[in-house]
Design a protein around this ligand. Structure first.
Ligand code: SF4
Length: 272
């Protein structure tokens, strides 16, 4: 789901990889969003997958989800093959073409995938890459606790900027509700990482997150969340909206500085 971490799976692929990334290592990806086009409850201006083809809000899309049995079968086959080749695996990651937590059977799929992973690769981290929007639902928050590692998106800490950047399907979605749920999760998940993508824009209708006000708000929210790590980065692939441009190295460093000034040594900030 998130920028930079992964190349998308090929259309129709439930399991993809192994893929190497600096932030996760070598992992196998799970794509629960098997439909044509991206399935997401956000439509981020910088999304590397283009404009959201299947905009869905929670539980609104009843059909078209990948069947859990197909996930289990494909995963068993992949892990068993890798193990027979003595392949080293760092993680099994829920990501894919959109937001994985939207799948109506996400909780039971995660529980079963964890069981399968334990059988083949007990030391590989069960990982989730998410836009953070669904943790306000108790069943998703509870399920998130099953993960060894979560990489959660936070691009803004004010509602105006959040809605301008991430453009959630639910126009009433409140960034402060999301931040509150991230505070809860950060204390329960071992490797809890915030991912923040900074960008600039030449479109006056889009609010970028590189202003001093937004960086201050972001750093304050991050101090309250207390993640194990913050990954600050910018656009590296063609964005959904062409008026959106990468942030400069100075801007990335500026946010790092703001966070470190406010949070002290409690939070490890990395620029990618
Ligand atoms: S959350 Fe944003 S970046 Fe991630 S898939 Fe959805 S629209 Fe793209």
């Amino acid at each position: 789901m998130s920028e930079m971490i992964k190349l998308p799976p090929r259309t129709g692929q439930i399991i993809y990889g192994p893929i190497y990334s600096r932030r996760i290592g070598v992992d196998i990806g799970i794509n629960l969003l098997i439909q044509e086009g991206k399935t997401c409850n956000f439509n981020c201006v910088y999304c590397q997958y283009g404009v959201t083809g299947n905009p869905v809000d929670y539980r609104k899309l009843k059909n078209g989800w990948v069947k859990p049995e197909l996930v289990y079968k494909a995963l068993e086959k992949t892990l068993s093959n890798l193990l027979s080749e003595r392949f080293k695996l760092d993680a099994v990651t829920f990501s894919g073409y959109g937001e994985p937590t939207l799948h109506p059977k996400f909780p039971s799929i995660v529980a079963k995938v964890k069981e399968i992973k334990e059988n083949y690769y007990p030391t590989a981290k069960l990982t989730l890459i998410t836009n953070s929007s669904m943790f306000k639902y108790k069943r998703i928050l509870k399920t998130a606790e099953l993960f060894d590692q979560i990489l959660a998106k936070l691009d803004a800490a004010t509602n105006k900027t959040f809605h301008s950047i991430n453009r959630p399907v639910n126009e009433k979605l409140d960034i402060h509700t999301i931040i509150d749920s991230l505070i809860i999760l950060s204390s329960t998940v071992k490797h809890f990482i915030i991912q923040t993508l900074l960008f600039n824009t030449i479109d006056q209708n889009i609010t970028s997150n590189t202003s001093i006000e937004e960086m201050k708000a972001l750093s304050e929210a991050i101090c309250r969340i207390k993640p194990r790590e913050v990954q600050v980065y910018t656009i590296v692939r063609a964005p959904a909206i062409s008026a959106v441009k990468p942030a400069s190295v100075n801007q990335l460093q500026e946010l790092k500085k703001y966070i470190e000034e406010r949070c002290g040594s409690n939070v490890n900030v990395k620029i990618y």
